[in-house]
Design a protein around this ligand. Sequence first.
Ligand SMILES: [Zn+2]
Length: 403
Amino acid sequence: MALDRHAEEGRKRKIRTATPSTVRKVNRSILLHVIRTHQPVSRADISEKTGIFRSNVSEIVDELIEEGLINERRARPSGRGRVPIHLSLNDDGLYVIGVSMRSGQTSVAWAGLTGKIRRELHFVTPSTPEEFVNQLAAAVGEMQPSDAAYSPVAFRECAISVPGLIRADQGSVVWIPSRPAFSGFPLARRVQDVLGMPVAVDNDCNRAALAEMWFSDDQVGGLNNFVFLEIGEIGVGAGIVLNRSLYQGHDSTFAAEFGHMVVDPAGPQCECGRRGCWETLVCDRASWRRYSQEPFGEGSADTLVQAARSGSVEAIRALEQTADYLSLGISNIVFALNPELVIVAGKIASAWDLIGERVQSAHGSSKIRMHVRPARLPVTEMFLHGSILRALSTVFEKPKLGW
Ligand SMILES: [Zn+2]
């Protein structure tokens, strides 16, 4: 019976297989990836690095030059032999808008094909989605050159990251804890109507994971299977990358809600209705409460880290307890997923020199290999870069095959 059902589902869904045109798209994506990570690079080098025939490389390179995505430049002659022609990404080949919505403020950035930010603007995040769409449209309008001598810039893609649950395939909001009025709002469609370009909306930690993967590509092998964690003020966000793809759950609504793993059934009450969820023990507010009776607020996390650096025994003890809880949760994640790396972002990452070793070892086991490191950039920058890279992914991503 189960087999019949699967066959039925198979008929309903469109099965996508590799045709000559998809193979070409895959090769095109591989080529762009090699040019991005090795530029300036010659056609011969690309062929050698990828194993794609030289003639096929040249055909695709000609196509990319024609589309304005890459530039070619003759290298400086050095001695005998042919002077190679070097290829590199053309930053003017594609302009995109990346948006990071936070509970306090929203950042809007314009970037070119290399992902480098050309201009950045901010506005206070409004409480209603309609006002958010208006302010975002105004900010994108402001990105345009005001001088009439310059023609308007054509932005081609937009990606928005939000601190909450998103139905990623539809771009609609499920739930943003700090903005309840956004629930059910078709954010991607409404922004698309106003801006007139394709818009993608996703969870911010998923985007940050994408950014870590992109930045890691300059290392040998890059990152392929890893977990990104944001230890926030009152919660924990996460993104899982498996085989270089984001894992978003079966209905692309949510996954990786590690913050709600119960690690102490007698622990503090959590917003999800249960007790002792991991986030109630490792978030910045929990660390602060172990240190001070004063109310937790903006700047508290920094104050705690500074106090620990100045030698406050109470502050050091509070952070050590956080490190122990971090170690406990991360070891559970590592046992479940066996990732090559767990990346920790947030204010706590700035205290890594104080707690890193303890996080690595407190709940380690001889049965698992637990590699943990802090994020490369402050978390707000990770979110913005992640959105830019998502907007660029239409060019860089391989076509999806299979189911
Ligand atoms: Zn919970």
